[in-house]
Design a protein around this ligand. Structure first.
Ligand SMILES: *[C@@H]1O[C@H](CO)[C@@H](O)[C@H](O)[C@H]1NC(C)=O
Ligand SMILES: *[C@@H]1O[C@H](CO)[C@@H](O)[C@H](O)[C@H]1NC(C)=O
Ligand SMILES: *[C@@H]1O[C@H](CO)[C@@H](O)[C@H](O)[C@H]1NC(C)=O
Ligand SMILES: *[C@@H]1O[C@H](CO)[C@@H](O)[C@H](O)[C@H]1NC(C)=O
Ligand SMILES: *[C@@H]1O[C@H](CO)[C@@H](O)[C@H](O)[C@H]1NC(C)=O
Length: 259
């Protein structure tokens, strides 16, 4: 069952008004808040963040990755990471348009975290509101899919174990009038389309089906960029956020890509 991702890039997921056009000459600065599926590649984690920063930002656009291995919406605040992100919004907002991507869920969902879906939702809402109050633009990001497959139907399909967190993230965006990108749906559809054997080539180490190696970071960082470009089309037209054309075609057609 091959699916096409084209619909993900055409259908509107956000009914927000267009961002202010008079700011278009100012490049964006992306501050990435999240857990290990956003974080820099290390022995303990690695997500899409560095691939996004390294390979999709042009014309003076910049980014910093504050993804923290093991983080929840609670620990990211209590451990001081969130205060750092907000201070960076203040620091960069005069010379850049400060965007904060906010992606959690992989650790919040663990029973040991003792964070209900309702708390997770309100924690995301509070993050989004605080970014706006600091003068930045929040983008809520539904959590990157894990690469665990259920083969029982004969067609390997990703186990959608972050479905509740996906819906909660979209609800948090709805409730606070915040932009969101549906990375969970887009990554699930891409992984279903390419299948497990190719999907595992993006594993940080062979048996790590959650974290990404450098190539996986560039593929899913490109997917994040494509989704952001769809909602903030001036970032694309002004040449700030660009996805490698071959990768973009592969993502749209659900075909395997190796950087
Ligand atoms: C990002 O760039 C740094 C510096 O060149 C490099 O060490 C790292 O491997 C790159 N990571 C990704 C995911 O592209
Ligand atoms: C889990 O959180 C609830 C609500 O905050 C609290 O009442 C309860 O004591 C917590 N449970 C554990 C095991 O920490
Ligand atoms: C599904 O198939 C893939 C590819 O053959 C395999 O690596 C994986 O272990 C299978 N998953 C389960 C849950 O059996
Ligand atoms: C978000 O709002 C849209 C449009 O009003 C609605 O269709 C969707 O069901 C809402 N989603 C959630 C998770 O609340
Ligand atoms: C896109 O990526 C492919 C594979 O890494 C590379 O060969 C190609 O040069 C890239 N294209 C551009 C325009 O950077």
């Amino acid at each position: 069952m091959k699916t096409t991702l084209l619909s993900l890039f055409c259908a509107a997921t956000s009914a927000l008004p267009s961002p202010l056009t008079q700011q278009n000459a100012i490049p964006p600065f992306f501050l990435l808040a999240g857990d290990s599926t956003t974080a820099t590649q290390s022995s303990g984690g690695g997500g899409w963040g560095d691939g996004f920063i390294n390979t999709t930002l042009y014309s003076g656009a910049k980014g910093l990755n504050y993804g923290h291995d093991g983080a929840t919406t609670v620990s990211f605040r209590s451990g001081g990471d969130w205060a750092t992100v907000l201070s960076k919004v203040e620091e960069y907002k005069t010379d850049y348009r400060a965007f904060v991507t906010i992606q959690f869920g992989h650790n919040d969902q663990k029973a040991s975290a003792n964070i209900s879906v309702a708390e997770y939702t309100s924690n995301l809402e509070r993050f989004a509101t605080e970014v706006k109050n600091a003068g930045g633009t929040p983008i809520l990001v539904t959590p990157l899919s894990r690469r665990n497959y259920d083969n029982s139907t004969g067609t390997p399909l990703v186990i959608e174990d972050l479905a509740d967190q996906r819906v909660a993230t979209i609800a948090a965006a709805n409730n606070t009038d915040t932009a969101y990108i549906d990375l969970n749906q887009a990554s699930t559809e891409y992984l279903n389309s390419i299948g497990p054997v190719d999907a595992y080539t993006y594993n940080l180490v062979p048996d790590d089906y959650t974290h990404l190696n450098v190539e996986g970071s560039q593929v899913f960082g490109g997917l994040v960029a494509a989704l952001i470009d769809r909602d903030f089309d001036e970032l694309k037209s002004d040449g700030y956020v660009e996805v490698n054309a071959t990768l973009l075609t592969a993502l749209e057609e659900g075909k395997y890509f190796w950087p």
